[in-house]
Design a protein around this ligand. Sequence first.
Ligand code: ADQ
Length: 462
Amino acid sequence: MSTSDGRLVIVSNRVAIPEENKPAGGGLAVGVLAALRDHGGIWFGWSGEVTDRESGGPDITTIGNTDYATIQINRSDYEQYYNGYSNRVLWPVCHYLLDFIRYDQADFEGYRRVNAMFARKLMSLLQPDDIIWVHDYHLIPLASELRSAGIENRIGFFLHVPFPAYEALRAAPGHEYLLRCLCAYDVLGFHTPRDLAAFETCIREPVVGAEFEDNRVIRVPGGKLIADVFPIGIDVDEVRGMAEEASGTKRVKKLVKSLDERQLIIGVDRLDYSKGLMQRMLAYERLLEKYPNSQRLVTLMQIAPPTRAGVRAYDEIRNALEQVSGRINGRFAESDWVPIRYLNKGVARVPLMGFFRKAAIGLVTPVRDGMNLVAKEYVAAQDPEDPGVLVLSSLAGAAVELTDALIVNPHDRDDVADGLATAINMPLAERKRRYESMIEVLGRNDITAWRTRFVDALRNGG
Ligand code: ADQ
């Protein structure tokens, strides 16, 4: 795509200005950075800084072909917009975890206020032929705010989390407003056909008043929009390269040595209740009970850095996990073996990919996930001559594509334990067959395919 086609302006809640040797801030950052590296343009959003004054910015940092335009938000914005409506209402409702919803009207007002502020600050940077790509649930009202201010550029929205069916969405106060806001975009993107189908159950509601022209094109009050599936992928060669590079390092060799010939089961997640970490530890305990032989064969390493400190549910899950991992270790540990290594911190990308390569089993069992890039990275990091096995939740978006993983239900401890037992004993020929089929899918639907398809739909309308 040539730059004469207009700049790509990416907007997300957080902007992650790349820094060497720092872990990327999550799946969205990994995807956006890859799109900008290829395209150039602007990445606009919150710097991560909370001020006591009025919100400042945008401040521009230019690196290579990209301008990183960041704004600050103040304490009440942070509490109401970010911790509040985004993470106590939208995050749980999108993950079908309705018991976690904590609604406060002031939070909803803060959400609307910050979206209006994002729109005002973004407008000062826009040129008429820019295309604007908005990311994720924090910014659903952005296009509607920009349109009210007279902005006519093409604007697309990609949702990184699942889209809930109307029966779940309607539990969120403010959902009617959100649905109307979504109709202000030109293109809406989801990870899986299930998310698109769920969106369709919402758009049919009288509150929206939309009609389908076909299953992609929807006529909404005031215009048309395209809604489609754009499964996010990874840069397969980059992950493989990092994994190979890391394999020879002291850090990875030390990990392998410390395993004392045992197979490594690896879990890597942000510490979030949607990632099924508690269920995962209990399923691992079931493996050790049900297949006592496995006690001599495996070690689980769970890497889970805390996120969203200050949201109560996150503090609670952190405490609960420390307790359960401690209890399981107390129950099964031997003088020369601890069953769970629980690391409460992030690991830089290169060593992380090295850990994936050395892990015989990737254990990815969210109770709900938009896609889950860890599952894809684990597969891409494997040694093709001796690949490990992915045990994957049926409730992760990645399960739609990675059908040659061992698919399990994260709520069923026995199912996960049986999956792990199968993985531990899987012959090399079957591991290779599954790996080859999955790596082919990952290559076809990689990060370039994702952003090219979305940007093309946004530029050209399809
Ligand atoms: P996340 O919920 O953050 O992303 P995920 O897709 O797994 O989840 O992406 C996490 C990224 O951060 C991966 O690249 C991973 O390597 C990295 N990461 C995770 N834990 C880490 C750790 N402990 N140390 C270092 N790096 C770590 C959201 C949605 C997902 C969706 C993505 C992309 O919730 O469903 O797949 O966006 O759309």
